[in-house]
Design a protein around this ligand. Structure first.
Ligand SMILES: NC(=O)c1ccc[n+]([C@@H]2O[C@H](COP(=O)([O-])OP(=O)(O)OC[C@H]3O[C@@H](n4cnc5c(N)ncnc54)[C@H](OP(=O)(O)O)[C@@H]3O)[C@@H](O)[C@H]2O)c1
Length: 293
């Protein structure tokens, strides 16, 4: 492990990167996190990439090493497990990480009462608990080194309640508020924080959340724009779709946003009819097994 760390730190230290030499990216096996890893490698960052699916992470290592010649280390971790997050923190203690991109996360859709509570709690653990745990450790390191950057994944759904996705929207509201507070607190200590709040993005997200997105943008619209805004802005809504949706909400009361987004979400959810309130669990589906399609 020490050799890997030394190699990672040496190979990347020569370059002058604002948040370098290394970036830790969670959720790098798919979608937005993978695009962040690609963009950071393009910019010359060495990477520590994290997710559960080792085969996908290893494929990304090969791709990034041959395309950009950067050092990439793979640390598989189930972020729903606090012990595994703690191991990740311990393992990276001697890595010279200057940037955290906390992109791992997932959602559910459909009636709250029909989704197993274990899935909803798992979501709180991955989307919120693990982000707090990792951010706490990284913020301490960044404050000590006098510089650092943090990208935390919010969402268009973070700014109001949304029926058929109430818990997911709440996890993103948590991250949005958390990022805003951390930004104000850490900025004087040289640490930049940004909340990234995209609209619908094509990725593995929809399949896992059991929904069909009518409109979406590619995951590539998120990474470069967000990294360029880090240090300049507190929140970014990357992509035309997020900007257009946000513009259409200007001046609208919060309850109006809830009404509209709840209708949109009901149209996208593939789960059982929202009016069929019952305690029966949903039939087995990707969002409800707690695993992936
Ligand atoms: N797609 C959208 O429309 C959209 C819009 C706004 C915000 N977001 C947010 O953007 C972030 C990335 O989503 P995405 O669209 O890129 O989804 P995605 O393609 O499904 O990717 C999710 C990533 O999170 C990882 N992950 C999920 N559960 C995990 C766990 N228990 N432990 C470790 N890693 C885990 C997955 O890796 P493994 O499965 O390999 O573990 C995967 O790499 C999420 O926070 C999401 O809420 C997405």
């Amino acid at each position: 492990m020490t050799n890997t760390v030394t190699a990672l730190n040496h190979m990347t230290r020569r370059r002058s990167l604002k948040y370098g030499p290394l970036a830790l990216v969670t959720g790098a096996s798919d979608g937005i996190g993978r695009e962040f890893a690609r963009e950071l490698a393009r910019r010359g960052y060495g990477l520590v990439i994290v997710a559960r699916r080792l085969d996908r992470l290893e494929a990304l290592v090969d791709e990034l090493a041959s395309a950009h010649g950067v050092a990439v280390d793979v640390l598989p971790c189930d972020l729903s497990q606090p012990d595994q997050v703690q191991d990740l923190i311990r393992t990276t203690a001697h890595y010279d990480i200057g940037l955290l991109v906390a992109a791992a996360g997932f959602g559910t859709s459909g009636p709250f009462t029909r989704i197993p509570v274990a899935t909803e709690l798992d979501m709180v653990d991955v989307n919120c608990r693990a982000v707090v745990q990792l951010s706490h450790a990284m913020a301490q390191r960044f404050v000590r080194r006098g510089s650092g950057g943090m990208v935390l994944m919010s969402s268009l759904l973070a700014f109001q309640g949304v029926a058929q996705s109430a818990n997911y929207a709440a996890t993103k509201a948590f991250i949005q508020t958390f990022a805003e507070g951390l930004r104000a607190e850490l900025r004087p200590q040289g640490v930049d924080v940004i909340a990234c709040a995209p609209g619908p993005i094509s990725s593995g997200f929809a399949a896992r959340a059991n929904l069909v997105m009518g409109m979406s943008q590619p995951a590539s619209v998120v990474a470069a724009a967000t990294l360029n805004a880090l240090g300049r802005r507190g929140t970014i809504r990357p992509g035309l779709l997020a900007k257009a949706l946000e513009a259409s909400f200007i001046g609208m009361p919060r309850w109006g946003r809830t009404l509209i987004l709840s209708k949109i979400m009901a149209g996208m959810a593939r789960g059982p009819d929202a009016t069929a309130a019952t305690d029966a669990p949903l039939p087995a589906g990707p969002a409800n097994r707690g695993d992936l399609s």
